[in-house]
Design a protein around this ligand. Sequence first.
Ligand code: NAD
Length: 373
Amino acid sequence: MNILVTGAAGFIGTNFVNYWRERYPADSITVLDALTYAGNRSNLEAMLEHNGFTFVRGSICDYDLVMEVMQKHCVDTLVHFAAESHVDRSIDGPDAFIETNVVGTHTLLKAAKKLWLDNGGGNGAGDGSANKAGSARRGGHHFHHVSTDEVFGTLAGDDPAFCELTPYAPNSPYAASKAASDHLVRAYHHTYGLNVTTSNCSNNYGPYQFPEKLIPLCLVNILQGKPLPIYGDGKQIRDWLYVDDHSRGIDLILKRGRVGETYNIGGNSEYTNIDAVRLLCQLLDEEFSENGSLRERFPDGPCAALDPASSLINYVTDRPGHDTRYAIDAAKITSELGYTPAERFPGGLKKTVRWYLENESWWQCILDGSYRE
Ligand code: NAD
C-alpha cells in the first residue's frame, strides 16, 4: 500500500504510523500534517530514517497541496486523522473546527475523487457500486475516516451503548464538526462511488497524548504537584480505548472492512472520570513507593513524600453541555472482523504511566513550548 496518513504528528496518528511501520515495513507512508499546537514533528523523528516514509508539512484544506502529495506518492489508501480534537477549545473557538474538520475533510474527499475516480488515477475503481458487496480494498483505493463516538450525543446510565445505527445527536461544536465530516464521507460513497469506511471510537489514551486531555493532563500535574481539575461531580462515564487497540481496529477495517460501512471501535472499559483519575493516582502512588529515584526526579508532587496523589483532586465548574455518558457497542466490528480490545483500562493505564515516566523530555518540551521550535 501507499498510504497517506493525515494528522500523524498528533497523538493517535503517531501511534498508528508506528504500529503500521512495525507490521507492514514494505508499505510506503506519507504524512500530511499542518503542525498545529497539537502536532509534534519530533514524534516522527525515528520514522524519518526509514525509506518509504515522507513527512509533508501542510494543511488538509490546501487542495493543490493534497493533490500534489497524493499524485507524487501514488497514494492508494488514505487514513484521515487530522482534526481539531479538543472539545474545550471548540467551545472557546469553533471556527478552526469547522475549517479543518469539515472543510479539510471535504478537501481530501474532493482530491481523492478527482484522482481515484475522475482521472482513473491507476488506483481507482471507477464505479464504487461494484465494490459494495466486498472489502473496501477491492477497488484498489480506500479512504478511511477516523471519527468519534461523540457524534452520537449522550446516554443516560441505563441506555444501551451506541451502535452504528444510533442516530447522530452531536452536542459540542467539536462533535458537530466531526458529524458533518462523517456525513460528507458517506455522501462521497453514495453519490460518487468513492471506497470509504468510517470508524467511530471512544476516548483514546496511551503514549504521545498531548497533556491537555484528561489522562496526560492529570498525569503530568501529579508529577508537578499541580491540581487535578475534575469537571462537575466527575461522574461522567467514558469508554477508554488503548491507542494500539484503536490502530488494530483500523488495520482490520483497512484489510477487510466493507466499503461504505461504519464501524464502532471501543475498549470495553467504562469508567467515570473521577474513577479514571483515582486509578491514575493509585498507579502513580505505587510507582513512587516502589522506585526511590522517582522521588528524586519529581520532588514537587505529593508522591515524592509518599502522600496520596489523589490529594490533588480539585472539582471545578462543569463544561457547558457536558455529555453524561458515552458507551460503545463494538459487536459489529467484533463479529465481522474479529476485533476485540487487547488492553483493559488498568493495564493500558499502567503502560501509559510508565511511558510518561520514561519520556519526561517529550512532555517537558510541550510544557515549555520548545517542541514548536
Ligand atoms: P490530536 O489533536 O492529537 O492531533 C491532530 C493532528 O492533526 C495534529 O498533529 C495536528 O497538527 C493535525 N492537524 C490539525 N489541523 C490540521 C490541518 N488543517 N491539516 C493537517 N493537519 C492538521 O488528535 P488525536 O487525539 O490524535 O485525534 C486524531 C483523530 O481521532 C481526530 O480526527 C479525532 O477527532 C479522532 N478521535 C480522537 C479521540 C481521542 O480520544 N483522542 C477519540 C475519538 C476520535
